[in-house]
Ligand binder design. Sequence first.
Ligand SMILES: *[C@@H]1O[C@H](CO)[C@@H](O)[C@H](O)[C@H]1NC(C)=O
Ligand SMILES: *[C@@H]1O[C@H](CO)[C@@H](O)[C@H](O)[C@H]1NC(C)=O
Ligand SMILES: *[C@@H]1O[C@H](CO)[C@@H](O)[C@H](O)[C@H]1NC(C)=O
Ligand SMILES: *[C@@H]1O[C@H](CO)[C@@H](O)[C@H](O)[C@H]1NC(C)=O
Ligand SMILES: *[C@@H]1O[C@H](CO)[C@@H](O)[C@H](O)[C@H]1NC(C)=O
Ligand SMILES: *[C@@H]1O[C@H](CO)[C@@H](O)[C@H](O)[C@H]1NC(C)=O
Length: 297
Amino acid sequence: MEQWEMEKPMTLLWLAFTNVNGLTINGSGTINGRGSAWWPQPCLHKVAKALTFYRCNRLVLKGLRHINSQRNHITLTNCKGATISNLHISAPATSPNTDGIDIGGSSNVQIRNSFISTGDDCIAVSSGSSHINITGISCGPGHGISIGALGVHGENDTVEEVHVRNCTFKGTMTGVRIKTWQGGVGYARKISFDKIKFIRVDSPIIIDQYYCPSGENCRNETSAIKISDVSYKSIVGTSITDKVINLSCDQNVGCSNIQLDHVYIKSMVPGKKAYSYCFNAHGKYTHTRPVADCLKP
Ligand SMILES: *[C@@H]1O[C@H](CO)[C@@H](O)[C@H](O)[C@H]1NC(C)=O
Ligand SMILES: *[C@@H]1O[C@H](CO)[C@@H](O)[C@H](O)[C@H]1NC(C)=O
Ligand SMILES: *[C@@H]1O[C@H](CO)[C@@H](O)[C@H](O)[C@H]1NC(C)=O
Ligand SMILES: *[C@@H]1O[C@H](CO)[C@@H](O)[C@H](O)[C@H]1NC(C)=O
Ligand SMILES: *[C@@H]1O[C@H](CO)[C@@H](O)[C@H](O)[C@H]1NC(C)=O
Ligand SMILES: *[C@@H]1O[C@H](CO)[C@@H](O)[C@H](O)[C@H]1NC(C)=O
């Protein structure tokens, strides 16, 4: 949720609905962004988002196909109450920034039973979002389901009550990820991942409090977004690497109450055992392989 978007919601958007209450879009058509002409564009901020809902309350979006968006396929900003279901979203794995669904500043959002295969995040939940339920999503290829990146430029970002359930990740770069920049304030808390299946995922479970995309000059700061009350439960699958659980929490603030229960992830690297890595992560694990004995009490 960038500043320009808040102030000028009509710029750089292709199809946009703003301040609409009770809108239902229920159909079987296709929204084709014909993005391939835009993807080579070097200035990403000049690329339009395909379908945007800004300050829309009680939205229902159902049944459409969304293909090859210029940038994000679907964006929800400052919306209250939305049910998104039975969508089919696809763009090539190599297309830049073609997120499936981005949610920012929104609450009471339900996303279910959809197929998302794109070049970036399947679903990204950003600052100001709460009570977001994501269930029955088939994700991949793409970058998985992400919370963040939060706390850029020291911002106060908050996200809470995000529940991801019954989702499958196939060939994604990350599976379920929480990412924050160094130097923010605020929190990401009360987050759960339940009944998840990973198939050939690169980094299945990751908390990254050192988020720094290539080309950025990042350094460690003293403040951080506080991550707490995160549970990973009933998770199975495979990874193409051996580092299947990576909980890299902030060096000063740390993460608290991280819980892993019935998490079984295998490595597909021949002859290698899967392992867990933690840094300043506090919590506990039960019935988990690889064991997460790197967690501190
Ligand atoms: C969507 O359309 C289908 C087919 O016309 C209909 O059965 C269903 O009730 C509609 N759903 C919503 C939420 O309007
Ligand atoms: C999310 O799921 C919880 C538990 O099933 C439920 O209580 C809550 O109403 C759901 N929220 C939304 C926005 O769907
Ligand atoms: C789980 O998700 C799949 C779609 O990936 C859906 O068909 C199925 O009904 C969901 N099951 C439950 C129990 O929600
Ligand atoms: C950050 O924002 C939250 C929610 O709006 C607020 O409760 C909190 O006081 C803010 N923290 C700081 C340090 O400004
Ligand atoms: C874990 O993630 C952090 C942050 O992205 C990265 O710097 C680190 O190399 C990863 N650790 C392992 C063991 O993969
Ligand atoms: C930031 O802190 C982490 C954890 O102490 C450390 O591994 C990393 O090297 C530091 N990065 C920089 C740029 O100082």
